[in-house]
Design a protein around this ligand. Structure first.
Ligand code: SF4
Length: 689
């Protein structure tokens, strides 16, 4: 019986992995502040992943593009990949090879992957799927506070709040144990859908604000206006702890609640009531999630929520604040250690000369030899196989054939590669396209650290031995790096050795992990970064000052604009996407767990019955949801409380049921976040299959 943490989301609930009499494994909740002895359905059933019947236990190699994958030994697979990479680099330069990582990789893997890309391959072309997750909130947090940490306070602080506004976060399905921390507060849920969280809010005296998809920014401006109109702003806080309010107000002044109602569809009375609930509360929080962040104006939208929080005097005070509910298991740590196109370890900018010198020193290379910033995630995927794009891709911990926007286009780009290499524990939809597949360890078969949504570093312990034939991602990177001419000791395979190097590389950076030692983690210390070598830790940020040089937070003046794609007579409905309780991300894990697959076996489109009828559809029918990019099939689920103009699709399903076949890859100009949450579609009847 080993104590570890859940394989899935950023709450990183503590659990024990126990053997079962039939030779399998089960999970049990363990005490921990975030889950307080609870797990969601995914956590309770996670043990089944360790006995996945289609587990890969041998490397696979496709000898020709038109041939099948076939098992080979590790030496053959590693030699083949290294030889192809050397050849492509020699012929086309270092940027001919790209690397794509994931927000579920441990800190150690994230770190070593970034180092591998920049020193063993010398490529600038590295990014990761976390770009699709939290990048808008990260960018907005950086410009407001000078530092981005999902929650700048412990989850347990939320229990003392009187009001919590959840902007685009369906916590009741995505992080159920977190609901226990919210239960004492009046919830204001902002979501175009009447989600499970919205139902909870309404049943407990809260509010559900259901804006038209893509209008959250206007709603936040309307709330700011309503708060000022009712005398709820904290003028002393604005004067003493912030700059830029006047410019922000110049934009918000035009958004009196009736005007916000016209743009968003949310009744002005509800906007005023929500502002009152927030502004008059003795303790209030505004928390953002993907629903408000995954837009082509996601950064500005989050800035609008932060502006509201600042105007009410919430951030940087005990018992109130703003935070982002990071989604992926290591969505926080994954963005701090260098697998992002524009960053080096320690959350340093790759174009900062001092940062380059520091990291190059730890890596034993010349700063001048480190590549500069590369393409962001979708831009990288979209460039694959193109005239100036990478010709090879190494992919770890991601399944973009299902999870990337405009997934049909991404699949075509992957098909055009000369070499696709995927490390995964099963043959995911993306791995099935690869030229080489490395079978790697999964969560409970490996140790390492994760950083949860509070910036708290956790010890993930190895609970079970991996099946014979399987290696860790660290071993894969080591094997390739050595074959590419790097010293063996520069690519350790022991996670603690990688952590030791990560600590040195992060020292002095914003996300300083230099005081994070295995011993302190084993002792159960709560280590929230920055955690420098002096042993200090920072569960609560910004209590005295914000991270900008003058110590003040910045209001950022933002203006509402329409989504990148609007409806018309051909595509009259708005589609939005999201997660379900039973599944996680691309579903590559949860679709393999019997209980979860049985609970939600197929995709569906949630739609108002009148809207369905207008398309010749009824409950239980199969529909084709068609956008300007492609189409997906889904079973019709009618909900009388759905907006008449909006349909919802979960994005966990494969094949023709991929919701991302219809989503719009229009990018936010700052964060490069795609617009997953709004696209124009129509519904058509689909013959049963
Ligand atoms: Fe906890 Fe998230 Fe795992 Fe559910 S999926 S048990 S909420 S960490």
């Amino acid at each position: 019986m080993t104590a570890t943490h859940c394989p899935y989301c950023a709450l990183q609930c503590a659990m024990r992995v126990e053997p079962t009499p039939d030779g399998g494994y089960t999970t049990r909740p363990a005490p921990f502040p975030t889950n307080r002895g609870g797990l969601c359905r995914k956590g309770w059933s996670a043990g089944e992943l360790l006995s996945a019947p289609d587990r890969l236990t041998s490397p696979l190699l496709r000898p020709r593009k038109d041939a099948e994958l076939r098992p080979v030994d590790w030496g053959t697979a590693l030699d083949h990949v290294a030889s192809r990479l050397r050849g492509l680099r020699g012929s086309h330069g270092a940027d001919a090879v790209a690397v794509f990582g994931g927000g579920g990789l441990t800190n150690e893997k994230s770190y070593l992957l970034g180092k591998f890309a920049r020193t063993a391959l010398g490529t600038s072309q590295i990014d990761y799927n976390g770009r699709f997750c939290m990048s808008s909130a990260a960018a907005a947090g950086m410009r407001a506070f000078g530092l981005d940490r999902g929650l700048p306070f412990p989850v347990t602080d939320l229990a003392g709040a009187e009001t919590i506004l959840l902007a685009g976060a369906n916590v009741a399905e995505t992080m159920p144990p977190l609901m226990g921390h919210l239960s004492g507060a009046r919830l204001v849920v902002v979501d175009p859908r009447r989600s499970a969280t919205a139902e909870h809010a309404l049943a407990n005296g809260g509010l559900h604000l259901a804006p038209r998809p893509g209008t959250d920014l206007a709603l936040a401006l309307g709330l700011l206006h309503a708060a000022r109109e009712q005398g709820l702003l904290d003028d002393d806080y604005i004067a003493e702890r912030t700059t830029g309010f006047a410019e922000t107000w110049a934009h918000a002044a035009a958004w009196w609640p009736e005007q916000a109602e016209r743009a968003t569809g949310v009744p002005a009375a509800d906007i005023r009531a929500a502002a009152r609930l927030l502004g008059a509360a003795s303790g209030a929080y505004i928390l953002s999630g993907r629903g408000t962040e995954q837009h082509a104006k996601g950064t500005d939208t989050v800035s609008a929520w932060i502006n509201l929080a600042l105007a009410l005097g919430l951030p940087g005070r005990r018992g109130s604040g703003y935070g982002c509910l990071t989604g992926q298991g290591n969505g926080q740590g994954g963005r701090e250690h260098g697998q992002k196109a524009d960053q080096l370890p320690g959350y340093r900018r790759i174009d900062d000369p001092a940062a380059r010198e520091h990291v190059a020193g730890v890596w034993g290379v010349e700063a001048a030899d480190l590549p500069g910033p590369g393409r962001s995630a979708f831009e990288l995927l979209d460039a694959l196989g193109g005239a100036d794009g990478p010709r090879a891709l190494l992919l770890f911990g991601s399944n973009p054939v299902v999870s990337a926007p405009d997934a049909g286009r991404v699949r075509n780009r992957l098909s055009g590669l000369e070499l696709l290499v995927v490390a995964d524990f099963v043959l995911s939809e993306t791995a099935a396209m690869a030229d080489v597949v490395f079978p790697v360890t999964q969560w409970a078969e490996e140790s390492g650290t994760m950083t949860n949504l509070e910036g708290r570093v956790l010890r993930r312990r190895r609970a079970v031995p991996p099946p014979p034939g399987v290696r860790s991602d660290l071993e894969v990177l080591h094997g390739l790096a050595v074959r590419l001419g790097r010293p063996a000791e520069a690519f350790p395979t022991d996670p603690d050795a990688v952590l030791a190097e990560l600590r040195a590389a992060s020292a002095g950076g914003a996300a300083d992990y230099s005081g994070v030692t295995p011993e302190r983690l084993e002792a159960g210390e709560a280590l929230h970064w920055p955690c420098p070598e002096d042993g200090s830790t920072a569960p609560r940020l910004f209590l005295d000052s914000f991270a900008h040089p003058d110590g003040r937070a910045r209001f950022v003046a933002v203006a509402h604009r329409d989504p990148a794609e609007t409806t018309d007579t051909d595509y009259p409905l708005v589609a939005t996407t999201g997660r379900l309780l039973a599944h996680y991300q691309s579903g590559a894990q949860t679709r393999r767990v019997g209980e979860l697959a049985a609970a939600e076996p197929e995709s569906y489109v949630e739609v108002h019955p009148d809207t369905a009828a207008r398309s010749g559809l009824a409950e239980g029918d199969w529909a084709r949801v068609r956008s300007r990019r492609g189409s997906a099939v889904a079973r019709v689920r009618c909900r009388p409380d759905a907006r008449l103009d909006t349909v919802f699709l979960p994005f966990h399903f494969a094949g023709d049921q991929r919701a991302n076949l219809v989503t719009n890859p229009a990018l936010d100009p700052t964060s490069r976040m795609p617009e997953f949450k709004v696209c124009a579609v129509r519904l058509e009847p689909e013959a049963p299959f």
